[in-house]
Design a protein around this ligand. Structure first.
Ligand SMILES: [Zn+2]
Length: 283
C-alpha cells in the first residue's frame, strides 16, 4: 500500500465541485481502503472530519527513468558512450541524488492504481524501470535499490526467463515479493510495429500469460514496455486488447496523462551524473 500525500501540485486532481482543498487533505490508508480525512481549519473539531472521494488525477508529473545493463564491464568508457550500461557506482549515486531531492520510488502498478482508483502517490514520485530482464540487474541493481529504499519496475521479455544471463523464475518471484513490479517486455523482443497482426497479438498475450504463471499468486501483468520503444496506433490497440493498461515508450515527456496510459513516457538515462541532474531539474 502506498502512503503519501496530495499536497504537492504535481498531481493535478479533478475534484468534483472543487469543494475539497487538496492542500488540506491527509490521506489515511488502512485495510486496503482509502479514508480521506479533511483537516481543513484547525478549529474544526476532529469529529467533523469528512470522508471524501478519492482523487483521480488527469496527469501525474513523474520522471520515468529507463535503465538496461547495470554492471562495471565497460566502466572505462565515458558514461555518455554507454547508453545501455550504467556502473554500480553511477547507479548508486543517482539513487542517492533522487533520495536527496526527496524522490520516492513508485511502481507502474502504483501509477496505474492512482489513475484507476485515486490511490495517492508520494509528493515526489520517481518511476525507475529496468528493461530486458538481465541477470546483472538482479545481482547489482536490486541490492542498490534495497539499500536506498527504492522500488522499481522490471520489464522482462518472457522467452529469456531462466536462460543464462537472464532472470530466473525464482528471482522474479523474490523481486515481486520485495515490492518491485515485474512486467512484460513482450515474448521475443520483436519490432512490434513491423510484426504481423497475429505475431503482435502473440507477443503481447503470451508474455503476459507466461509472466503471470511464473509469478503465481494471482499476479496480474498489466504493463508492457514496447521493445525499442516502438509503437503506433495498431500496437497500442493490440496492447489494450491483450489486457495491458499501461505501455512504456521512450517518449521524453514529463507527465503521464490519464488518457494516454498506453503511451507512457520513458527517459533512457546514462551514468552521466551531470546530465542526470539536469534532467531532474526539468521536473
Ligand atoms: Zn529491450
Amino acid at each position: 500500500m502506498v502512503e503519501g500525500d496530495t499536497r504537492n501540485a504535481r498531481v493535478r486532481g479533478m475534484v468534483a465541485g472543487a469543494a475539497v482543498t487538496l492542500a488540506y487533505l491527509a490521506m489515511i490508508f488502512s485495510a486496503g481502503s482509502a479514508r480521506v480525512v479533511s483537516t481543513a481549519g484547525a478549529s474544526e473539531p476532529a469529529a467533523e472530519a469528512v470522508v471524501a472521494a478519492p482523487v483521480i488525477p488527469e496527469s501525474v508529473t513523474v520522471p520515468v527513468l529507463v535503465y538496461h545493463h547495470v554492471r562495471d564491464d565497460r566502466a572505462k568508457e565515458p558514461p555518455g558512450a554507454r547508453v545501455y550500461e550504467i556502473t554500480l557506482a553511477e547507479l548508486d549515486a543517482q539513487l542517492a541524488m533522487l533520495a536527496e531531492r526527496g524522490y520516492q520510488g513508485i511502481t507502474m502498478t502504483q501509477l496505474e492504481r492512482a489513475f484507476a482508483e485515486g490511490t495517492p502517490l508520494p509528493s515526489k514520485p520517481v518511476l525507475l524501470t529496468f528493461d530486458d530482464g538481465r541477470a546483472d540487474q538482479y545481482a547489482n541493481a536490486v541490492p542498490l535499490l534495497a539499500k536506498r529504499g527504492f522500488v522499481a519496475t522490471f520489464y522482462v521479455f518472457s522467452n529469456a526467463i531462466d536462460r543464462p544471463d537472464y532472470f530466473t523464475s525464482a528471482q522474479l518471484r523474490e523481486m515481486a515479493a520485495a515490492g518491485h513490479d515485474v512486467q512484460s517486455h513482450t515474448r521475443y523482443h520483436h519490432y512490434l510495429t513491423k510484426a504481423s497482426d497475429a505475431d503482435l497479438a502473440e507477443e503481447l498475450t503470451r508474455s503476459k500469460a507466461r509472466l503471470e504463471e511464473v509469478l503465481g499468486g494471482g499476479a496480474r501483468v498489466t504493463s508492457v514496455a514496447y521493445p525499442f520503444g516502438l509503437h503506433d496506433d495498431r500496437v497500442v490497440r493490440a496492447a489494450a486488447v491483450a489486457g495491458y493498461v499501461t505501455g512504456r515508450t521512450l517518449l521524453q515527456e514529463r507527465a503521464v496523462e490519464r488518457g494516454k496510459l498506453l503511451r507512457t513516457p520513458g527517459w533512457i538515462v546514462t551514468g552521466d551524473a551531470a546530465k542526470f541532474a539536469r534532467l531532474l531539474d526539468t521536473f
